[in-house]
Write a protein that binds this ligand. Sequence first.
Ligand code: ATR
Length: 294
Amino acid sequence: MARESFQHVIDSHTTLFGVIGDPIRHSKSPIMMNRAFCETGVNGVYTAFHITDQTLPAFIAGVRAMNIRGVNVTIPHKLQVMELLDHIDEGAAALGAVNTVVNDNGILTGYNTDGIGYVRSLKEEAIASLAGKRIVVIGAGGAARGIIYALLQEQPAQITVVNRTVDKAEQLAAALGGYAKNGAAVLDARSTDSLQALCGEAELVINTTSVGMFPNVDASPLDASWLQPGAVASDLIYNPLQTKFLLDAKQRGCITHGGLGMFINQGAYAFEYWTGKPAPVAAMREIVLASLQA
Ligand code: ATR
């Protein structure tokens, strides 16, 4: 469909939104969010701002001054922005990272929609319920933290964090272990040596590391023969859309889940927090996919 079809009139009532980061010019959020506004008839406009550590406080003052309704926050500001806001949602506080700011007439609240966006995408695309499942998470960085917090709300039987540097996995497990809903899940940490044995028992294996990301597309965090056929293999990477890990897992007979859905759904939650309307997820996915394949 022609791009013009999705343009709407920007007038004196238009509400402002944006994404901040350093760097930021690679971001797909503006095309995704503007499409969402057009699709739902929201009179909003969303742009990308290149904000540095030095200009972050002035930017947040500008959000208040101009009544910018919503901001997405990406690297490197997810932590530093927290001290400039009025309220931090419980999930974002637990993670120590904010990726979405909602401005209610000058009162700024920080949320984190990365983990819940991931879980929504996983449940829609690959596995309807995570209750009672055994899950392996490879990697112990910021991305792993976000998704583990959200996975713990889903009452899995067990989540094991496997990391090259086992200390980091142990720290993560210690920090988030208390957030299991109803105390149902066990969260523990292992070194990469245990990965093969753990994969043999897992219903869901998630790669949160950068192994396999463009341009290193021939790398994979594990040997797919370790996976149980029928298990779900999930990768947070969306460039490429199908990593070597996922291609190999598919051959092995696994259900695969790529990283694009997490990006779309973290944006969908942000859209819903800002507008109170259901996000037009299919349209958002369509325009991001087209842009990635252009
Ligand atoms: P993010 O915030 O995106 O999660 P990060 O904090 O840099 O990024 O974390 C990257 C994760 O990928 C870490 O768990 C890292 O392992 P280490 O803690 O041992 O550094 C993991 N990782 C990155 N490159 C890797 C590689 N080549 N092999 C194995 N693990 C790797």
